[in-house]
Design a protein around this ligand. Structure first.
Ligand code: HEM
Length: 276
């Protein structure tokens, strides 16, 4: 297999092509990437259908800024707040990276909700995309959990008490509530283990889950294709043609359908002549 020829290649181009062909022969990566990226999309696809991608881009940004924050953050109740102050005041560009991560969290939640709203209003969750919706709902829950677990990490008064309230609400849920709250708190009380647990969930468990489910979500999007917007002109033409065909079929089946009724055969003429 060889890459598309667009003219003579220099030595660098030739090496690049050889590497691409080597990898493709052994993995089929080019075929996979082509399948994923070179898809037909409905003619009237608009900016509304870019919200999911926007949420994904912010997730990528959160992952990158999070890696840099984790280099300086100390998940220890005695040092956590001081490490946040150090990031903000001393580390080069620390204030910017922290600000991007903080605002990025809110932006991601807003974008995920807008994306879900668009999917709902366009009816894109209907057959055959039900599982895309289910994987999306799991992504929404995980995104909200990222917000909850990240909020505590600052370990100031606001973070502490806001999370205490969230845990009390969780504990008040029927049956499983108290157990879930105990698992999250790492015991009945808030303490050093709570902070480590939130840090581990925030840093490892949920990002891993998010990456996995985003992969699954995107696989379904690529496999099923983007749904046609409800205002699509093509869809309206198809619906009109279907409706006309349905009416024609129904009319042909009726004994007194418009086609058969003539002055001679109309019910009024028949009854006036004394017929049945
Ligand atoms: C981290 C969160 C999420 C990410 C990164 C994400 C990403 C994406 C992307 C990139 C697409 C392709 C089209 C587009 O951009 O609109 C898409 C489509 C879709 N998403 Fe999401 N999504 C997320 C959350 C959700 C949620 C919360 C739901 C619903 C509960 C959902 C349901 C769907 C459905 C049904 C489609 C197919 C839409 C169509 O075919 O028109 N997604 N998603």
């Amino acid at each position: 297999m060889s890459t598309t020829d667009i003219g003579p290649k220099g030595p660098v181009g030739q090496v690049g092509e050889a590497v691409v062909d080597y990898v493709d022969d052994r993995t089929g990566a080019k075929t996979g990437i082509t399948w994923f990226l070179k898809r037909n999309i409905p003619a009237e696809t608009s900016w509304f259908q870019t919200l999911g991608f926007a949420a994904m881009a912010v997730f990528g940004l959160q992952a990158v800024t999070g890696i840099f924050l984790a280099m300086y953050y100390k998940p220890d109740t005695a040092r956590a707040y001081a490490s946040i102050e150090h990031i903000t005041n001393d580390v080069t560009w620390g204030w910017l990276v922290r600000g991007m991560h903080k605002w990025g969290a809110s932006a991601m939640i807003v974008l995920v909700f807008l994306h879900m709203g668009r999917v709902f209003i366009f009816g894109s969750y209907k057959y055959p995309r039900e599982l895309t919706w289910v994987t999306g709902a799991i992504l929404l829950i995980m995104t909200m959990f990222m917000g909850l677990t990240g909020y505590l990490l600052v370990w100031d008064e606001k973070a502490y008490w806001a999370t205490v309230v969230a845990m009390n609400i969780t504990a008040s849920a029927p049956i499983l509530g108290p157990y879930v709250a105990d698992v999250l708190r790492a015991g009945p009380e808030f303490g050093p283990d709570t902070l480590s647990r939130f840090y581990s969930i925030h840093m490892l468990a949920i990002p891993g889950g998010l990456a996995t489910f985003i992969g699954l979500h995107l696989f379904l999007v690529a496999k099923l294709g983007i749904s046609e917007p409800p205002h699509s002109h093509r869809l309206a033409r198809v619906r009109r043609a279907e409706e006309a065909a349905r009416r024609a079929a129904a009319r042909d089946r009726q004994p007194y359908g418009r086609r058969q009724v003539t002055p001679e055969t109309s019910p009024q003429t028949i009854s006036a002549e004394g017929g049945q």
